[in-house]
Design a protein around this ligand. Sequence first.
Ligand SMILES: [Zn+2]
Length: 490
Amino acid sequence: MKLHNTLTKKVDEFAPIDGKNARIYSCGPTVYNHAHIGNLSSYIYADILRRAVNLAGFSTEHVMNFTDVDDKTIRDSRANFPDLDPMAALEKLTRHYEKIFLNEMAQVGNDVSKIKFVRATENIAEIQDLIRKLLDLGVAYVADDGIYFSIAEYRKARKYGQLSTIELPAEMQSRIDNDEYDKASAQDFALWKRAKDGEPSWEFEIDADASQLCSRDSVDATKLSDKIGEKEAIISMLGRPGWHIECSVMSVKNLGQPFDIHTGGVDLIFPHHENEIAQSTAGDQPETYAKFFVHNEHLLVDGKKMSKSAHNFYTLPDIIKKGFSPLDFRMLVLQSHYRSATNFSWENLEAAKNRLKRWRNVAELRWQNCLDGADFSDPLNYLVLAGDDLLNDLDTPNALKNLDQFIENVNATNYYNNIENFIKFVDENLGLDLYNTTPDITNEQKNFIKLRETARVEKNWTESDRLRDILKSQGIVLRDEGEMTIWLRV
Ligand SMILES: [Zn+2]
């Protein structure tokens, strides 16, 4: 199986480190609102990756985190539940949006049963352990408003910026407490943020020996030293974790280090993934954090970046409201390769919907008495080709083209024997749920078809048309092919 690796910047041969089981970590959602369709497309690609690894013959262990404490979850939980205590408000808001997220994941065809979900707030002790370790190693320092990772110290032994080309100033001076900075240059980032008034927070005790207070910011260090009693060399910093540290902790805790594949959108390359690597490879930790980094491109709306201010910001409910199904959206996403930008437009979504409808109509043929027809050699070949496409760096657009070819051949030759294989292939590898979305028609409808055939044989056109119209009103159209009649759902 071939996969593009952001670490090497090329398409490499992929096999799990242990030869059998691929351990995959995907950066999950911040659960404070509906995921937008760009986020959902990223998780669709992660799901396709997991399926392709399975198709290649490897088992998988897939972990995804819920960021359930950060600036946005805190802000919105306080605004929504001002009467609850900060921790209860945070839990109430984030659990609510977790449920919505899981539901939307399933709706767009992602198999959530294959993913282990983990929460930042349930890994605070482990997060604190890693921060203590980074302090011990001398790559973290204590400041007034929190604990920071020192990129300058890290760079003495390791390369910072393994995925991206970012500017590294000779002197690292600046630091930032905002998790989602996306400046072109690296800055020391918060591992732990001291609590502000009314914020949910956890007690964090750290040894206050000199090495841990070797802040570049000498004023901060002095202030903190003043607070420490002679006998008790422990300081406590009530607060909460920064964003980057949770992924370092939860990936390695669940998957070991190094693990096989780390996924995310290209927007996460810097700073998030660079910082994850730095946190997990500092000092005496293993040199490699993850063997492969797989990043998907942005989803664009009408060719433009999606943003609330541009009024082109959509969520799944917006799509459903317009009469499309979540699986129509999945088809649209699969029509683009994960490394090129998916262009979302209502027109493209309509095209994806029509394609899915054609596929469903073929899947419906399995219920019909229309097997065997012209000689069609090796119809399964297109399924094999589509499988090869998926193993070739998740080439979904070409896989879809090969499946279209399969369908064209079925329609051209009336050779229907491989439809079960087609359905199985599509559902297992693309998650389009053809099997469940193409049920048989009712016995009454079957009976109408039989009666109509009889009427046709007797040249009773009035009766034949009447029965055809009844079926049409129920969403079933009939196509006469010589001796046989095929029904299709519209
Ligand atoms: Zn992450």
